[in-house]
Design a protein around this ligand. Structure first.
Ligand code: CU
Length: 482
């Protein structure tokens, strides 16, 4: 994957995250006059695109500005950003049929176009912005990029007229190997913004016996901009808290299922050796249990709810990471992060995740995420100093999809995966590019960044990068040119 491509992708996601997931925002009046061609069928380049974008991230669909030249001609503006290879947004909504000014901003590195069903074509070279007036029919319309290969790769979209029957998606929702899917669940523009999950790994707990209270909650969480689910948690967050100890420690967890919960729950620490039908038993709302274990083996371990169906309890947010260090501890480094990869199979807005979707033999999650929220570290990168030593504890909790954890532009000089150890400075100077983690496998990776800049963190199973499995490591000020 070309680095420019992934950074363009990252930029696109940042724009969406700061803008509107549904492609429609109220109250952001456009300042650009709608003085485009009169219902032209070919888009025209905007003379100076640098004067346009100031408000683009917040104005995907805007009412036509009142009292400005040409404003009577159109009902509003539709802004579509083009990337290599996708549109943002893919699906737009308007209140009523009629003429709209469509502005196509090609942020990609190659030529793209927006071709509507009625033949209207807006073609833009890399970096160019073009406009045309398009008549949106009452039944809505679809659009695509006519450059060979681009539409099949995902450059397709829809304009839906509110109140009309939804436009049939131009992209095939079953095309799992293709573009990032627009989920069948409609985005909710009123969903609260996601809360960024702190990626910094906590310090190891002091002492040798640890009493930990873990309360399981059932609550709403925004898992991606515009998508809110009724999740089940350990410690009120998804993922649950990182528990960091050392070999030989005793961990005494008091697990609480509050009376106001609806569901029985349980906990299963992979770092423990206990009887399944004792400590791992389910407890009803209002009950609690004590789960005591000793840290016999070092590693990056999963914990999760095992209440049947465990698939649903994991898919709905009940998982977390245990770090067990060797008795002598880990060597100090400059930065430590904890990253948990997981999948979301969206249920209806405000409800629990869709178990039937999660049960599919070929899993097709709506989102694959790091630390619970899609793309959250694109907006809030993991910040490090250039050349500093970085350690990442990484865990794939699935429930069903493998991870190939990779950080673009870096090489892991140290990997400790499921007890297998690649040591920095080994004879032959072997290194590692990606760590394969099946569900419930964990690793420690260590790296340094070579220069100031951005280093995308992905699963190299790349169909999932567009579904939320993207973050950024930012070295220095993130700019390699200064
Ligand atoms: Cu549970």
């Amino acid at each position: 994957m070309h680095r420019g491509t992934i950074l363009a992708l990252a930029t696109g996601i940042a724009l969406v995250a700061t803008g509107c997931a549904s492609g429609r925002l109220p109250g952001s009046a456009a300042t650009h006059p709608a003085n485009g061609p009169d219902h032209a069928s070919i888009g025209v380049a905007v003379a100076d695109p640098t004067t346009q974008p100031a408000q683009l991230p917040t104005a995907e669909v805007s009412p036509a500005p009142a009292g400005q030249p040409g404003s009577a001609e159109v009902l509003g503006e539709l802004v579509i950003h083009g990337y290599d290879i996708r549109y943002e947004p893919m699906d737009l909504t308007v209140d009523q049929p009629g003429p709209y000014l469509v502005r196509f901003i090609n942020e990609g590195a190659i030529i793209h176009d927006v071709t509507f069903e009625d033949g209207t074509l807006l073609s833009a070279e890399a970096g160019e912005t073009v406009e045309a007036v398009v008549d949106i029919p009452a039944g809505g319309t679809t659009f695509l990029c006519s450059i060979p290969g681009h539409a099949p790769a995902g450059m397709v979209g829809t304009v839906t007229v509110t109140g009309a029957a939804p436009t049939e998606p131009a992209h095939d929702p079953d095309d799992h190997g293709g573009p990032p899917p627009e989920t069948a669940v409609a985005a909710d523009p009123n969903a609260p913004a996601p809360v960024t999950h702190d990626p910094i790994a906590p310090a190891r707990l002091e002492g040798e016996v640890h009493d930990i209270e873990l309360v399981m909650t059932e609550r709403l969480m925004t898992v991606a901009p515009g998508y809110q689910q009724l999740v089940w948690t350990f410690g009120d967050t998804v993922p649950g808290p990182v528990i960091r100890v050392k070999v030989g420690d005793t961990i005494r967890v008091t697990l609480k299922n509050p009376a106001e919960n609806q569901m029985p729950h349980s906990i299963d620490f992979h770092s423990s050796q206990v009887a399944w039908n004792d400590e791992m038993r389910s407890i009803a709302p209002g009950e609690e249990l004590v789960y005591e274990w000793t840290a016999d083996y070092a590693g990056v371990w999963m914990y999760h709810c095992g209440t049947a169906p465990a698939l649903h309890h994991i898919a709905n947010g009940m998982y977390g990471m245990v770090i067990v260090e060797p008795k002598e501890g880990l060597a100090p480094v400059d930065h430590e992060f904890a990253v948990v990869q997981s999948e979301w199979y969206l249920g209806p807005q405000g409800q629990v995740t869709d178990l039937a979707k999660a049960m599919e033999a070929a899993p097709a999650p709506d989102f694959v995420v790091f630390n619970g929220v899609a793309n959250q570290y694109v907006d809030a990168p993991l910040a490090v100093e250039t050349g500093s030593r970085v350690r990442i504890f990484v865990l794939n909790v699935g429930p069903s999809v493998d991870s190939s954890f990779h950080i673009v532009g870096t090489i892991f000089d140290t990997v400790i995966k499921e007890g297998v150890h690649l040591v920095r400075g080994n004879e032959g100077n072997w290194g590692s590019q990606a760590v394969d983690l099946a569900p419930a496998q964990g690793a420690i990776v260590e790296l340094t960044t070579a220069e100031d800049g951005l280093y995308p963190m992905v699963t190299h199973a790349f169909n999932f990068v567009g579904r939320g499995a993207l973050g950024l490591l930012q070295a220095g000020d993130g700019d390699p040119t200064n």
